[in-house]
Design a protein around this ligand. Structure first.
Ligand SMILES: *Cc1c(COP(=O)(O)O)cnc(C)c1O
Ligand SMILES: [Zn+2]
Length: 401
């Protein structure tokens, strides 16, 4: 643990990794773990191995003993040949994160965060979320025997609260500004010995590196041109970019793919800053999109994401709700049902192709961050069909379809 440290993503101030620190006390920007530049993939059978074992060299913080895994990661990378052909693209792949224990990629970072917290002696874990992260922390918190605190906003619907409550955490509806709650939770956590593994906590970012590692292995280390990540707080896209960067530093791949930060037009603070050539995000006013999972008006890692796009040669794009719903249906046509936020990458492919930014000779990986069953209200917005007939007439009915 000693040899590895965290540093501020803006002023580079160093921090020790053997303590729970989340943001820089000098400039309030997020912290990041040191880049791993020496490591290899461990051999072994993935049926009896966890992602933490296979990629152990890249997680020096987590060596301390306690392990928690519910089988997160090792998710499929499905190629859609028909879709690539109809869109005029060289290759389209879906990294299907809905196949995690609580049906979203959040489980990777939750697992990493809890292992880190336990290693530091914490007995309490917490998060601020109304969606997938809340479910994930509630599940992993209870499975690892930690006292678990989930802070949600007061207006949360029953449909959203039940899948969190089933794991029986301290589930607290907080009346107040939800954006402020993120920063407030870090202060309260410090006072009450609760390790808050929020959206862009350094260990959550570390957990997302495994998405990149798996893509490298799944493509036989032949890198795609672009990886598209639906982005809210910015934790996941940071982890994915870092994962490719580390594999490159270790000589496992010879180039890193370009990263595309994908947002919904109804809440696109990173895209807005990118378009203006600004180095800092501004709060998005009046956020509204069907892609609730990426509806953060003031992403805590927004500035870091802008910088990584500049360094990586990546871009930012945003699409309308209409485009998102269309993409959700198209993906379902390929057998993959993602929640609206998870359809944003495909909508971005279609948009960038129409604008000529994508030429058609590219190989693209879309990150399907969470399951379509997480937000069934979106189903009402599709024209879904079924038909009906009498049993006696079924044979003829089918012949005449
Ligand atoms: C959390 C989440 C995101 C956004 O990830 P960030 O790390 O906050 O940028 C995207 N899609 C889904 C389904 C999510 O749950
Ligand atoms: Zn700083």
């Amino acid at each position: 643990m000693e040899s590895v440290s965290l540093h501020c993503t803006k002023c580079h101030k160093p921090f020790r990794a053997d303590q729970a620190v989340f943001r820089c006390d000098a400039c309030n920007e997020p912290l990041e773990a040191e880049e791993i530049s020496k490591g290899r993939i461990r051999e072994g059978n993935m049926l009896n191995q966890t992602i933490w074992e296979r990629y152990g060299d890249f997680f020096p913080f987590l060596e301390s003993g306690f392990k928690i895994s519910l089988g997160e990661g090792f998710t499929p990378l499905a190629e859609s040949r028909a879709l690539a052909e109809s869109l005029g693209m060289q290759g389209i792949y879906f990294k299907n994160e809905s196949q995690n224990p609580t049906w979203s990629f959040k489980d990777r970072g939750t697992s990493a965060g809890i292992m880190h917290a336990k290693g530091l002696g914490y007995k309490r874990i917490g998060t601020v979320s109304t969606g997938n992260m809340a479910t994930s922390v509630a599940a992993y918190g209870t499975a690892s025997g930690m006292e678990t605190f989930v802070l949600v906003s007061k207006g949360i619907s029953q449909e959203k609260i039940n899948p969190i409550a089933i794991y029986n955490p301290h589930l607290i509806k907080v009346d107040g500004d939800y954006g402020e709650l993120y920063f407030e939770s870090l202060r309260i956590g410090k006072e009450n010995d609760i390790y808050f593994v929020n959206s862009d906590a350094p260990m959550r970012v570390e957990g997302s590196k495994t998405i990149a590692y798996e893509i490298c292995e799944q493509l036989g280390f032949d890198m795609p041109d672009y990886v598209i990540v639906p982005t809210s707080a910015g934790g996941n896209i940071r982890g994915i970019e870092k994962g490719f960067r580390e594999f490159r530093a270790c000589g496992l791949i010879d180039r890193a793919p370009k990263i595309i930060c994908a947002q919904a037009l109804g809440c696109s603070p990173i895209y807005a800053a990118y378009k203006n050539g600004s180095e800092e995000i501004s709060r998005a006013e009046d956020p509204h999109t069907i892609a609730h999972a990426i509806e953060n008006p003031y992403p805590p890692s927004g500035n870091r994401v802008l910088k990584l796009l500049r360094q990586n040669g990546g871009i930012s794009a945003a699409v309308s709700d209409e485009e998102i719903l269309k993409a959700q249906a198209l993906m379902a046509g390929e057998g993959i049902f993602g929640q609206p936020a998870s359809a944003v990458p495909l909508a971005v492919v279609i948009k960038l192709k129409a604008e000529g930014i994508l030429k058609g000779n590219e190989k693209i990986v879309c990150i399907v961050t969470g399951s379509g069953l997480k937000y069934t209200a979106a189903l009402e917005m599709h024209e879904l069909k079924s038909s009906e007939c009498k049993l006696k007439e079924l044979g003829n009915f089918i012949k005449n379809l």
